[in-house]
Structure formats: C-alpha cells, structure tokens
Design a protein around this ligand. Structure first.
Ligand SMILES: [Zn+2]
Length: 219
C-alpha cells in the first residue's frame, strides 16, 4: 500500500475518532472521506460499521469514477455524495459528514432555507451563511446532486433533516467546519426562541468573507 493511501487512511481514522468524541454521531451514522495525495483516489469509511471497531483495513479506497480499488467492505451509502463534492470542489480534500443534533434540528425548521451568519466565527470558518441542501433520501443520487448544487464556496453546509457536511484541505479543517456549523446552529436555535438575529455590518461581512476564502486557499 502506498504511503499516500496510508496517510489518507490516518486522516479518516482521526476524523472518525474525533467525530465520535464530539458526540456528533450515534452508532454507525455519518461518514468521512479524504483524498489520496497525488492522484484521483480517495479513502472513505465503510457502511454500517461501528467506529469503535474501525481500523485501517476496514476503509475503502475508490476513484472519482466510483470504482472501488481497494478494501473488502462496502463503502458508505453516501459514496456518491462524497464523489460529487470532490468533483465540484477541488479544495475539498477531506469531508466530514455528521448527524449532530443542533445542526439537524436547525435544518428541519419550516421556512428556514439557510442558517444566517451569527457571529465572527461563522464568517471566518464557514465563509458566510450556511446553505441547507433540500431533502432527498440518504444515499440517493438526488441527495448527491442537491449537496453539490448547494456547496458554493463555503466550508460547510447542512442537509435538510439529516446533518452537516464540513470540508477542508485537511481533516482538521473539515472538523473545524463541522464544529462551527454545530456551534452556529446551537446559537441559531437559542436566538430563534428569544427574538431575531442582529445582522452584522455589510462592510465587515464583505471583508471577512474574502478573508475566509483566502484562509481556505480559494482566493
Ligand atoms: Zn447521513
């Protein structure tokens, strides 16, 4: 096995451990992937496999056309979704998909189609408002398409009544995006119970959205 595949597997395993330690998933929910340096391969978690038992040999290696090139297990049911994000966003080298509770709750409110920027961290780490991809069945091509169409240039989005997707050049960046989606959604729910969100000044948003793109290598 190449050093690059081993390194991508290490990133995925770190992501799985961290996602579980944060309480973002229950059981076998959620999934994680990382590109392999220097080619069009990526590593993804297997479907329906408990994270506490997961080791390097359980991970699946695939190419961007959807062919499995290594691994005995079946890949995550959201395989097509991970492919669609990587094809749409070359900067998304790592992807973390969680079912964290505040994010899923916020994505399920009637009439809410986007989670607005609340504070400075949302702008810096996400890059702006958090889009909500319209609902489609888990594992479907329709969901993969809805997600790809919603990604824009932000570091993370929500899937309606489902969960979060955080992306980054490293697994740490993808996890920080997931952390900030969950944090923003927790604050959003708290504010919704009390009143309205105070909008941030337009010139601040413009400057810091640009700063976020630079920070994430997109400008
Ligand atoms: Zn899911």
């Amino acid at each position: 096995m190449s050093k690059a595949i081993l390194e991508a597997k290490e990133q995925v395993l770190w992501g799985c451990r961290t996602m579980c330690s944060r309480g973002y998933v229950l059981g076998t929910a959620g999934n994680i992937s990382a590109r392999v340096e220097g080619g069009d391969l990526f590593v993804i978690t297997p479907t329906s496999f408990p994270y506490e038992d997961l080791c390097s040999a359980d991970l699946v290696v695939a190419d961007m056309k959807g062919n499995i090139v290594e691994g005995e297990r079946r890949p995550s049911i959201e395989f097509a979704m991970h492919c669609s994000i990587m094809l749409k966003r070359p900067d998304a080298r790592c992807i973390v998909h969680t079912h964290s509770r505040f994010a899923t709750a916020a994505s399920s409110i009637v009439g809410v189609n986007v989670i607005p920027v609340i504070d400075i961290e949302t702008v810096i780490y996400i890059g702006g408002d958090i889009p909500i991809a319209p609902f489609a069945s888990p594992g479907s091509e329709e969901l993969a398409m809805n997600v790809a169409n919603s990604m824009g240039t932000v570091a993370g989005i929500l899937m309606e009544a489902h969960g979060t997707i955080g992306v980054g050049r490293t697994m740490k960046e993808a996890m920080i995006a997931s952390d900030n989606i969950e944090r923003t959604c927790e604050m959003f729910l708290a504010i919704k119970a009390c009143g309205e969100i105070k909008p941030l000044p337009e010139d601040f948003l413009r400057t810091f959205k640009e700063r976020s793109l630079k920070k994430r290598g997109l400008l």
